[in-house]
Design a protein around this ligand. Structure first.
Ligand code: ZN
Ligand code: ZN
Length: 146
């Protein structure tokens, strides 16, 4: 998925963002990370290589990617409800494990009928749909929580 990082970088450049070495590293870190990391997790991972990097730089870069629809955000009640970032910009749902907190991508086959009837029920125009399923992942099902 190295191409994904190049795509994101090209788009940020078009948006007028200066591509500093720190920003490039942040984009490369999130582009291939499908674990839905928090900004803090990315910051902790990058800090050894960039000791002068500030948390704000990480957060603002992720924010810029999100604003341009290149990265999605997922909010989970775990980890203090911190926003988690998702480089998979395709429409998809999430399955969150109650035991270990991992977030899995669930492909969307078709738009749900509920979403299609919302305009007639409450006059709400649906732009995208993101459902969250809660439960136990295959690993945690295999070893039940005590
Ligand atoms: Zn689990
Ligand atoms: Zn996702």
């Amino acid at each position: 998925m190295g191409n994904r990082a190049d795509l994101l970088l090209a788009d940020l450049k078009r948006a007028g963002l200066k591509l500093t070495p720190q920003r490039i590293a942040i984009v490369r870190e999130i582009a291939d990370d499908l674990s839905h990391p928090t900004a803090q997790a990315l910051f902790d991972r990058l800090r050894p290589a960039f000791p002068t990097m500030s948390f704000a730089t990480v957060y603002n870069t992720l924010e810029a990617l999100t604003r341009r629809g290149l990265v999605q955000t997922v909010r989970s009640l775990d980890q203090g409800g911190a926003v988690r970032f998702d480089p998979n910009a395709e429409p998809h749902h999430h399955a969150i494990c109650d035991a270990c907190g991992t977030i899995h991508d669930v492909p969307v086959e078709r738009v749900d009928v509920t979403a299609m009837t919302l305009p007639s029920i409450i006059g709400f125009r649906v732009l995208r749909e993101q459902r969250t399923y809660r439960g136990l992942c295959s690993k945690c099902t295999a070893s039940p929580v005590s």
